[in-house]
Design a protein around this ligand. Structure first.
Ligand code: E4P
Length: 219
């Protein structure tokens, strides 16, 4: 199981990479637009923080031929880039072609297990089901993950399931239980996951009790 950070915020990536738990980053046009500046520079900065990580960068062109060319240009930035392409019928031929050519593709905006299975057939590296956005329209998004896991295992698909649009710690637990290969986490969610008030309180209590013993050196 891998953890990616779902952000283009370089400072936060730097900070949380130090935990040793960050295997990659997923960016999207919204994240990069929010950070401002030159997006290519930003991507390179992220890669320098995680030289062995996997960094997803999304295409911004719309016409299939332009998407194909842009995907190749994005992939050229670094060997640890996965190119994000939306799961739209117009792009299926391009997705299949790029996957055959060995480009690591992360198919984004996946909302059904069938879409995911079709992308796995095309041989992509990752499929990104958007759990939270389904829940935004009152659909049980989390149900997607066990369905996808079952189908992928049944057919022996090697494509990795990258659980995206996760919004809560409960989402994280359920995505893990469903066997997602990768969980991409917004910074605020990662911050929540790494804390527990009872852990903090427990440390305080042990420290206070230890002081009562009055031992200067141990062991
Ligand atoms: C993943 O690759 C997406 O960038 C992300 O998870 C979208 O999440 P959101 O629905 O919270 O914007």
């Amino acid at each position: 199981m891998k953890f990616f950070l779902d952000t283009a915020d370089v400072k936060s990536i730097q900070k949380w990479a130090e935990t040793g738990l960050v295997d990659g980053v997923t960016t999207n046009p919204t994240h990069l637009s929010k950070e401002g500046g030159d997006p290519k520079k930003k991507i390179k900065e992220i890669i320098s923080i995680l030289p062995k990580g996997d960094v997803s960068v999304e295409v911004t062109e719309q016409k299939p031929e332009a998407v194909y060319k842009q995907a190749l240009a994005i992939a050229k930035i670094s060997k640890n880039i996965s190119v994000k392409i939306p799961c739209h019928i117009d792009y299926y031929p391009v997705i299949g072609k790029l996957a055959k050519e060995g480009v690591s593709i992360n198919v984004t905006l996946v909302f059904t297990a069938i879409q995911a299975a079709m992308m796995a057939r095309l041989g992509v590296h990752y499929v990104s089901p958007f759990i939270g956005r389904l829940e935004d329209i009152d659909v049980d998004g989390m149900q997607l993950l066990p369905e996808m896991r079952e189908i992928f295992d049944l057919y022996g698909f090697k494509t990795e399931i990258l659980a995206a649009s996760l919004r809560s710690v409960l989402h994280v637990r359920d995505a893990m239980l469903a066997g997602a290969d990768v969980l991409t986490l917004p910074i605020a969610l990662f911050e929540k996951m790494v804390q527990h008030p009872l852990t903090d309180r427990g440390i305080e209590m042990f420290n206070a009790d230890w002081k009562k013993l009055g031992v200067k050196q141990f062991p």
